[in-house]
Design a protein around this ligand. Structure first.
Ligand SMILES: Cc1ncc(COP(=O)(O)O)c(C=O)c1O
Length: 379
């Protein structure tokens, strides 16, 4: 129950033990086509260019940026957490001018701040934001950002690593041009693939580049020759793709919207439980991310000892904060297979135990009662 990878559905593990097909085998090509079609349903897009990139979420991030940006281009980045920082780092290595729109950690990206930067800089090529900021547990609403980007003639790039398959995301309806994710979060598969989708507008930007994409491995025009035309580019990670196909089947059997609702219900129970024992959530409720709860570490508590007891005594892994939030928050994931009420109640009772073991005063059992109550409100 950390920030990912989360537990993998047993059916995914089983699918990954199937014997290998070659990456050019007609049966494997069918598997790839199945994966692309199912990804379109999960991304809620009709984009033809919708594939799993070989590599983790960072590969998707890098693919999004290196395909869109050329040296001298300008990109505006809504900077509200650690992963927005990574977007900036990768964008600056393409030779683009990177314009930061800084926000406080815990804030969602503000469309007015982005609009102000778009007015200040001529010919911005793209705006990039993180939909679900895993470092702070914050969800940024996308539609107003897409509107701002498009008004200025820029593309909108969205990091959906911690939202795809767990939190509402509508690529076409919201006007997202490039969106990427990772398999180890709400898709409940192991790390190793990064589903990505490019709108027609993004594909035409790609096709009108003056210079070739500097990365051979992540060049979408080259990848298109494999995914669409079956020409060798690199050896596809066959086993990972078997796993993703099974993960997507499981997701679609449940239903995309039903899956979002399960994440939301579990998260609300967890938030209510945590707050009932005197702990504070890092983000205000209106911009809280269902798939990752950032909980403020209460004063006087040894944060590492709490995590150790959760792991050693209860078999539950949670994550510490990233970078400058390392000492101030715990990050509790409710992603994919793990986003269940059973896990919420197990976590809350284990957290009470770990805090009580530290001498932290709390009304024993109160987190469970509050979580129960939140469910009765929701039903
Ligand atoms: C929002 C976000 N973007 C990008 C990444 C990078 O993904 P990966 O670690 O799979 O390369 C992560 C990883 O946690 C993430 O949470």
């Amino acid at each position: 129950m950390g920030a990912g990878p989360c537990n993998v559905h047993p059916r995914v593990i089983q699918a990954m033990s199937a014997s290998l097909l070659g990456h050019m085998d007609p049966d494997f090509v069918q598997v790839l086509d199945d994966v692309s079609s199912m990804l379109r349903l999960v991304f809620k897009t009709e984009n033809a260019v919708t594939w799993p990139i070989s590599g983790t979420g960072t590969a998707g991030m890098e693919a999004a940026l290196v395909n869109v940006l050329e040296p001298g281009d300008t990109i505006v980045i809504g900077h509200n957490g650690y992963f927005a920082g990574r977007l900036s780092e990768i964008a600056s290595r393409t030779g683009a001018n990177v314009v930061h729109a800084p926000h406080e950690p815990g804030d969602a990206v503000d469309p007015d701040r982005i609009r102000a930067e778009l007015q200040r800089h001529a010919k911005v090529k793209a705006v990039a934001v993180v939909h679900a900021e895993t470092s702070t547990g914050v969800l940024t609403p996308i539609p107003a950002l897409a509107e701002a980007a498009h008004e200025a003639g820029a593309l909108l790039i969205v990091d959906a690593v911690t939202s795809l398959g767990g939190v509402e995301l509508r690529v076409d309806d919201w006007g997202i041009d490039v969106c990427y994710s990772g398999t180890q979060k709400c898709l409940a598969c192991p790390p190793g693939l990064s589903p990505i989708t490019f709108s027609e507008r993004a594909v035409s930007v790609l096709e009108s580049r003056a210079a070739p994409v500097q990365s051979f491995y992540l060049d979408m025009t080259q990848l298109r020759s494999y995914f669409a035309m079956r020409a060798y580019h690199h050896t596809a990670p066959i086993t990972m793709i078997y796993g993703l196909r099974e993960g997507l089947r499981i997701l679609l059997e449940e239903g995309v919207e039903q899956r979002w609702a399960r994440h939301s219900r579990s998260a609300r129970a967890l938030w209510a439980g945590v707050e009932a024992i005197g702990l504070d959530m890092f983000a205000p409720e209106e911009r809280r991310l269902p798939s990752l709860a950032a909980v403020r570490i209460p004063g006087g508590v040894d944060a590492g000892a709490v995590r150790k007891r959760l792991l050693d005594e209860h078999g539950i892994e949670i994550s510490s904060g990233l970078a400058n939030l390392a000492d101030s928050i715990w990050r509790v994931g409710l992603m994919g297979y793990n986003a269940t009420l059973a896990n919420v109640f197990r976590f809350l009772s284990a957290l009470e135990d770990a805090l009580l073991a530290q001498g932290f005063e709390l009304p024993a059992g109160a987190s469970l009662a509050a979580a129960q109550k939140s469910l009765r409100h929701a039903d």
